[in-house]
Design a protein around this ligand. Structure first.
Ligand code: S3P
Length: 495
C-alpha cells in the first residue's frame, strides 16, 4: 500500500481555550454567574447548524472544484473538521463571516496527514472522518480532549473494520489505517446514531459497489439530503418498518453552493429561556426544522409552550421557519421515548423547562445521553438538584417535579460542574435566568464548541447592556429590540 502525504499545512488552529482544556488546566477555567433576568424580547438569529456545517466541509472536500458555503458555524467543533480536511489535502478558506470556499480533492483523493488530527471535543468530526479515512489508503491518528477521549468509538470502528479499516483501540487516541479497495457492507444500526450511519455511508463513497445502512429508528438525515445534492446515487426505502439507505460507491461529487440554516439545537436554549422568563416574547429567525431534528419544539408545545412558526421556507434543502416564542405556563408530561432521536441534543435544556413546569415530567429511553460530551443524565441531575430542582435520576431518564413557574432557588455558593460539556453550560445558564440566586457555571469556555456568540446573544436578548458592550465583536447577531408580532389567538403552529 502506497501512502500519499498531504503537504505540511498549518490548518485552523484550535483556540487557546480548547488547548488549555485539553491540558485540563483548572486555573484557566472561565466561570460566570447567570442571574435572574428580565424578559427576552426582540429578534435574534442563531448561528449555522453544526451537523450541516461539518457535512458541507466534508463533502466539499471530496468534490472536484469549488464549493461555496454561507452561514457556516464557526465553532470549535467545525473548525476541527476544517483543520483535519486541510491536513488531508483540501483547500479550505474563510472569505468572510460564515462564508467559506472549499476546493476538494475528489472522492478517493484524501492524502496522508503529517500530524495527528486534533478533534478537540467533537464526536461528529471524529466519527465521520473515521468513515472517510476507512476507504482511503492512508493512516491517521485521532486525538481529542479529555471528554472526547472517554467517548465510545467502537460503534464506528466495528462496521468500518468490516469494510477493511484497522484501528488500534476504541477510545481516543486511536490510529486508523484505511484500506483501498475497501469492502461494501450492509449494516443494521445497533444504536440510533446518525454519526454511525454517516461514518458507514462516508466510507461507502470510495467503496466500489453498494453500501447499505438499515435504520430501525430514523435519525437525522442531513448526510442523505446533502449527498444527493452533491450528485451521489443514493436511494432510501422503507422495508418492513425500517429505513434502508443504499449508496453507489466510487461516487463523483459535484461542487455545490450551500446555505446553512440556523441550528435548532442552538435555538432551543433561547426558546426555553423565552418560555420560562415572564414577559418574554422573542423571535428566533431562520431556525432549521428538519423533522429529524425538531422534536423539542413538539414536546414544548405538548407542555403548553407558545411557539409559533412564521415564514416557512426551504434553505439549503432543509425546512426552515422563524419561531415566535412567548412566556407560557408549562405543564409536566410523559415524553414519548420515540421522539428521542429527533431531540437527542436537546434533553439538557428540556430538563430545565421541566424543572419550572407544573407537575411531573418523565423521560425514558435516554441511555445514549450517558455517552455524550458528558453523562448528560448524571450531570444534569446533579446540576439541577444543586440549583434547587426536584429530580429523580433513573437508569435511562430523569423524572422531574416542576416548580409550577416559581423561580428555582439557584446555586449562588457552589459552581455547577459542567464536565467540559457545552450544552450543560448553556442549559444551566438558562436555569440561572429563572432562579432567585442565579447559577454559577464553572466553565463557560466549552460553549465555543457549538455556539461562540451564545453569551453575547443572551445578554442582548435579556437587555444586559454592560455584558453586551464587553462582548461586542464576537460575532453576535442581535437584530434589535423591535417588538415581535402580536400574540396569536391560539398557541402552536402559525401560518
Ligand atoms: C450528530 C448526531 C448526534 C448528535 C451530535 C451530532 C451528527 O449524535 O448527538 O451532536 O451530526 O450526526 P449520535 O448520532 O451519536 O446520536
Amino acid at each position: 500500500m502506497q501512502e500519499r502525504r498531504a503537504p505540511c499545512h498549518k490548518g485552523v488552529a484550535l483556540s487557546k481555550a480548547r488547548r488549555l482544556m485539553s491540558a485540563h488546566n483548572p486555573a484557566e477555567m472561565r466561570s460566570r454567574r447567570f442571574g435572574p433576568s428580565g424578559p427576552l424580547r426582540g429578534r435574534i438569529r442563531v448561528p449555522g447548524d453544526k451537523s450541516i456545517s461539518h457535512r458541507a466541509l466534508m463533502f466539499g472536500a471530496l468534490a472536484v472544484g469549488e464549493t461555496r458555503v454561507t452561514g457556516l458555524l464557526e465553532g470549535e467543533d467545525v473548525m476541527a473538521t476544517a483543520a483535519a480536511l486541510r491536513a488531508m489535502g483540501a483547500t479550505i478558506e474563510r472569505e468572510g463571516d460564515g462564508r467559506w470556499s472549499i476546493h476538494g480533492v475528489g472522492v478517493g483523493g484524501l492524502l496522508q496527514p503529517e500530524a495527528p488530527l486534533d478533534m478537540g471535543n467533537s464526536g461528529t468530526s471524529t466519527r465521520l472522518l473515521m468513515g472517510l479515512v476507512a476507504s482511503h489508503p492512508i493512516t491517521a491518528r485521532f486525538v481529542g480532549d479529555p471528554s472526547l477521549s472517554k467517548r465510545p468509538m467502537g460503534r464506528v470502528t466495528e462496521p468500518l473494520g468490516r469494510m477493511g479499516a484497522e484501528f488500534d483501540g476504541e477510545t481516543l487516541p486511536v490510529t486508523e489505517r484505511g484500506l483501498s479497495p475497501s469492502i461494501p457492507i450492509e449494516y443494521r444500526l445497533p444504536v440510533a446514531s446518525a454519526q454511525v450511519k454517516s461514518a458507514v455511508l462516508l466510507a461507502g463513497l470510495n467503496t466500489a459497489g453498494i453500501t447499505s445502512v438499515i435504520e430501525p429508528v430514523p435519525t437525522r438525515d442531513h448526510t442523505e439530503r446533502m449527498l444527493k445534492g452533491f450528485g451521489a446515487e443514493l436511494w432510501i426505502e422503507q422495508e418492513g418498518g425500517e429505513r434502508v439507505i443504499r449508496l453507489r460507491g466510487e461516487a463523483d461529487l459535484k461542487p455545490q453552493r450551500i446555505e446553512v440554516p440556523g441550528d435548532p439545537s442552538s435555538a432551543a436554549f433561547f426558546a426555553v429561556a423565552a418560555l420560562v422568563v415572564p414577559g418574554s416574547a422573542l423571535t428566533i429567525e431562520n431556525v432549521g426544522l428538519n423533522p429529524t431534528r425538531a422534536g423539542l419544539f413538539e414536546v414544548l408545545r405538548q407542555m403548553g409552550g407558545s411557539i409559533e412558526e412564521l415564514n416557512r421556507r426551504e434553505v439549503g434543502g432543509e425546512p426552515v421557519a422563524d419561531l415566535v416564542v412567548r412566556h407560557s405556563a408549562l405543564k409536566g408530561i410523559e415524553v414519548d421515548p420515540a421522539l428521542a432521536p429527533s431531540m437527542i441534543d436537546e434533553f439538557p435544556i428540556l430538563f430545565v423547562a421541566a424543572s419550572l413546569a407544573q407537575g411531573t415530567t418523565t423521560t425514558s429511553g435516554l441511555d445514549e445521553l450517558r455517552v455524550k460530551e458528558s453523562d448528560r443524565l448524571a450531570t444534569m441531575a446533579a446540576a439541577l438538584t444543586g440549583a434547587g430542582a426536584r429530580i429523580e435520576e433513573r437508569a435511562d431518564g430523569l423524572v422531574i417535579e416542576g416548580t409550577a413557574g416559581e423561580p428555582l432557588r439557584g446555586s449562588a455558593n457552589s459552581a455547577t460542574q459542567t464536565h467540559l460539556d457545552h450544552r450543560i453550560a448553556m442549559s444551566m445558564a438558562i436555569a440561572g435566568l429563572a432562579s432567585r440566586e442565579g447559577v454559577e457555571v464553572d466553565d463557560t469556555r466549552p460553549i465555543a464548541t457549538s455556539f461562540p456568540a451564545f453569551e453575547a446573544l443572551l445578554d442582548g436578548a435579556t437587555g444586559s447592556p454592560s455584558r453586551l458592550r464587553e462582548r461586542i465583536g464576537e460575532g453576535a447577531t442581535t437584530l434589535g429590540n423591535t417588538d415581535p408580532p402580536p400574540t396569536p389567538s391560539a398557541s402552536g403552529r402559525g401560518e
